[in-house]
Design a protein around this ligand. Structure first.
Ligand SMILES: C[S@@+](CC[C@H](N)C(=O)[O-])C[C@H]1O[C@@H](n2cnc3c(N)ncnc32)[C@H](O)[C@@H]1O
Ligand SMILES: *[C@@H]1O[C@H](CO)[C@@H](O)[C@H](O)[C@H]1NC(C)=O
Ligand SMILES: *[C@@H]1O[C@H](CO)[C@@H](O)[C@H](O)[C@H]1NC(C)=O
Length: 453
């Protein structure tokens, strides 16, 4: 059924985009309902003024010929249509409906880039992505995060890029595409060259690998000597990319102590999911409210309002079974792999934070139960460091990408909104295999500094 709904949607989108290619509004849904209303009016007019009928009939026929799929839509039974165009079972129209926790930054600063910059970036990145050496990067980054990492890196223009967790080297390749002449330092237990024996992998010529017998965990590196060797004296010119599935609270403190300022975390799992404690989980707190958001997002263009304050229930959860959240979660589980019901969200003793009250670490090889008070304290500490918190939006709505993994209800609005098939196609995104869109987990960019007091 999902397939059917999605394909119907993209077909109607297509029609609308041909109609108003240059129009920036995602009005697919509106246009269709206007068509339905118009059809009803046409019917009434026909009864009242028979002479007008012929002209209108001709118009209707020409409309039919042009927009056959549009006319087909009303033939669906009404309740189904409601699901299709309303927000009831919400395929894609309810981004953020279950709240999008957003860490608060110290001074309400925000990123410099706008949604226009992201669109321009996509235009450039799609052809680059098509030349990637590792086509099938299961367990590694898909398109959304590859784009995010490339975009952020290019914007920041670092003097050194450090990555922790390289796997076959896809992210190393992405960093290299963003900065062709900048040194990379890659920390990963297994050298990417080991994967070359079995298939595609990427080994960079200007990258220092802390791998194999040279592996040292990020938290144990002697940064003073390593950075001096690389001629880096200003640590604010370094970008650190984490894709190593370690407790992000731990990594954040290690990065702060090392004096780094710009961090990207690839996997920023939502509460109740994932194998390590994440920023997203840390900031999922009752006091995180929608009303703090307009300032967070000031400076972004209208199209970049990722989070409507009315949609933002904010953070925190109740384990109450008979709640709107519980009911909505139950429904959404059927559509999205990452969606969790209230039962799954809440562990014994109504522990919902982290993953059922656990602070996971190291690919879930380590687990530590934490109290709610500790979880709360963690978030206050994180806030005392944050100058910027920015979650990469998904690249495009699910009716376009056909992704089935992340739940839009817990996600900020995509860069290319549902209904903008024309834009999706123009960017070259239709050329990519749909599987590359199935890896989005709220990649986040942080700018940090020492707490002021
Ligand atoms: C999800 S993969 C990384 C995917 C990669 N960034 C990409 O784009 O395809 C996680 C990697 O982290 C590595 N890893 C495990 N423990 C680590 C540690 N303590 N520090 C750094 N990397 C670690 C794993 O060996 C694995 O290669
Ligand atoms: C490494 O970077 C330097 C400086 O940009 C460049 O001259 C050299 O060709 C690069 N080497 C490789 C193997 O890419
Ligand atoms: C994570 O670890 C816990 C504790 O060892 C275990 O109960 C749980 O099933 C694990 N979850 C996954 C997804 O592996």
């Amino acid at each position: 059924m999902l397939e059917r709904v999605l394909s119907l949607r993209s077909r109607t989108s297509q029609v609308n985009d041909e109609e108003d290619e240059e129009d920036d509004e995602p009005k697919n849904r509106k246009n269709v309902s206007v068509a339905i209303k118009a059809a009803k009016h046409i019917a009434r007019f026909t009864l009242l003024w028979p002479c007008l009928a012929l002209a209108l009939l001709l118009l209707a026929i020409s409309l039919f010929l042009h927009y056959r799929s549009l006319i087909c839509v009303p033939s669906i039974e009404p309740s189904y249509r409601l699901n299709l165009f309303g927000a009831v079972d919400g395929i894609d129209s309810d981004f953020g409906a279950l709240g999008v926790p957003w860490c608060r930054s110290k001074k309400g600063l925000n990123v410099e880039w706008t949604s226009k910059d992201l669109i321009k970036g996509l235009e450039e990145f799609v052809p680059i992505y098509e030349t990637r050496p590792i086509k099938n990067n299961v367990y590694g980054m898909g398109f959304d995060h590859s784009f995010g990492l490339w975009f952020i890196t290019r914007w920041l223009q670092p003097d050194l890029m450090i990555e922790s967790g390289a796997f076959k080297g896809h992210s190393t390749w992405v960093l290299r595409q963003a900065m062709p002449n900048t040194p990379i330092l890659s920390i990963t237990p297994r050298h990417p060259e080991k994967y070359l024996r079995k298939g595609p992998a990427y080994v960079d010529g200007n990258c220092t690998y802390f791998a194999g017998k040279d592996f040292v965990d990020f938290g144990s590196v002697n940064w003073e000597s390593v950075l001096r060797k690389h001629g880096i004296f200003d640590r604010s010119k370094v970008l650190v990319f984490f894709d190593d599935h370690q407790n992000e609270f731990k990594r954040l403190k290690q990065a702060l102590n090392a004096g780094f300022k710009h961090l990207v975390f690839e996997d920023n799992y939502d509460t109740g999911t994932g194998d390590h404690y994440s920023l997203r989980q840390i900031c999922d707190q009752f006091y995180i409210r929608g009303d703090s958001l307009p300032s967070v997002h000031s400076g972004l263009s209208r199209n970049c309002l990722y989070l409507d304050s009315d949609l933002l229930a904010g953070g925190g959860h109740s384990c109450f079974q008979d709640s709107d959240e519980a009911r909505m979660r139950e429904k959404r589980k059927k559509f999205w792999e990452k969606a969790v019901g209230i039962d799954e969200l809440c562990g014994e003793g109504e522990k919902w934070w982290g993953v059922q009250g656990q602070m996971r670490d190291d690919f879930n090889h380590s687990n530590k139960a934490i109290s709610h008070a500790e979880h709360f304290t963690n978030s206050r500490f994180v806030e005392s460091l944050l100058d910027v918190y920015w979650e990469l939006p998904p690249v495009a709505g699910p009716s376009l990408t056909h992704q089935t993994r992340y739940d839009p209800a817990r996600t900020s609005s995509p860069i290319v909104e549902d209904g903008r098939y024309g834009q999706f196609q123009k960017l070259g995104l239709t050329r990519l295999d749909t599987s590359v869109f199935n890896g989005y987990t709220q990649m986040v960019y942080l700018q940090i500094s020492k707490p002021s007091s």
